[in-house]
Write a protein of this length. Structure first.
Length: 210
C-alpha cells in the first residue's frame, strides 16, 4: 500500500532547467565585483547555495565581502537574472496539476524563497504548492535533512510519508537522511535513489509504485 501523502520538489534541474541561466548569472555577478568564474564543467557539479558558490569562486575569507556580493546577487537589480535562458520540462504543468489532486505538494530549494515564483515559466504553478522552503528558512542546507524535515512539518505529514524529487546526489542524501523516499529526475539512476525518471509524464505512476 502506498503511504505517500506529500510530494516535495527541488527547483533547479527539476521544475526548471536553469543551468545556462545560472551560469550566466554567476558569471555576470562575479564580473561585476572583479572576479572570474569557474568553467561550465566545474559548475555542473555544484549543488550548493549561492553564498557557497561565491565563497568558492572568489576564495574570499572576509565574510563581509562575501555578504556584499551575496546581497547584490539576491537583490538582482544591478545584475539581473536571465530568465530568458530558462526552460521547463515538457508536461510539467499537466503533471503538477494532476499530482495536486492526490498529494500535498511542496518545494525545498537552495534558492532564496522570494525569487522562486518570480520565475515566469513556473509562476502559474504557485497555486498548486502548499509549502515553500528556501535558503533563508533553515540554518543547515542540503545535503543536511533540515530543509526537508521543515517542509514535512509545514505540510503536516511524517517524513516517511513524503517523497523528494531531485536531480543531484545532494538531493538524494538529504531525502535519505530525512527518512523520505527519493526520486531522481535523470536518465540514469546514478545516485541510488528509490526510483528515477526522465519524462514528467512518468512521475505519477512512479510515485504510486514506491
Amino acid at each position: 500500500m502506498n503511504m505517500i501523502k506529500a510530494v516535495i520538489f527541488d527547483v533547479d534541474g527539476v521544475l526548471v532547467d536553469s543551468f545556462e541561466a545560472n551560469y550566466k548569472f554567476f558569471n555576470d555577478l562575479m564580473g561585476k565585483f572583479g572576479y572570474g568564474f569557474m568553467r561550465k564543467e566545474e559548475f555542473s557539479s555544484f549543488y550548493v547555495p549561492m553564498k557557497d558558490i561565491i565563497r568558492h569562486s572568489t576564495q574570499l575569507t572576509n565574510e563581509g565581502e562575501i555578504e556584499k556580493i551575496w546581497e547584490s546577487g539576491k537583490d538582482r537589480q544591478e545584475v539581473p537574472y536571465p530568465y530568458e535562458f530558462l526552460n521547463i520540462p515538457k508536461h510539467l504543468p499537466k503533471t503538477i496539476k494532476k499530482l495536486s489532486k492526490d498529494y500535498n505538494l511542496g518545494i525545498v530549494t537552495s534558492r532564496g524563497r522570494d525569487n522562486v515564483f518570480e520565475i515566469p515559466q513556473i509562476s502559474t504553478l504557485q497555486k498548486y504548492f502548499n509549502v515553500l522552503v528556501g535558503y533563508q528558512d533553515t540554518d543547515n542546507h542540503k545535503p543536511h535533512p533540515e530543509p526537508l524535515i521543515l517542509a514535512a512539518e509545514k505540510l503536516g505529514v511524517q517524513t516517511y510519508e513524503c517523497v523528494y524529487i531531485g536531480d543531484s546526489k545532494s538531493d538524494i542524501l538529504a531525502a535519505r537522511a530525512a527518512g523520505m523516499k527519493s526520486v531522481l529526475y535523470h536518465k540514469e539512476n546514478i545516485h541510488n535513489a528509490d526510483a528515477n525518471f526522465s519524462f514528467f509524464e512518468e512521475l505519477s505512476g512512479i510515485i504510486e509504485s514506491i
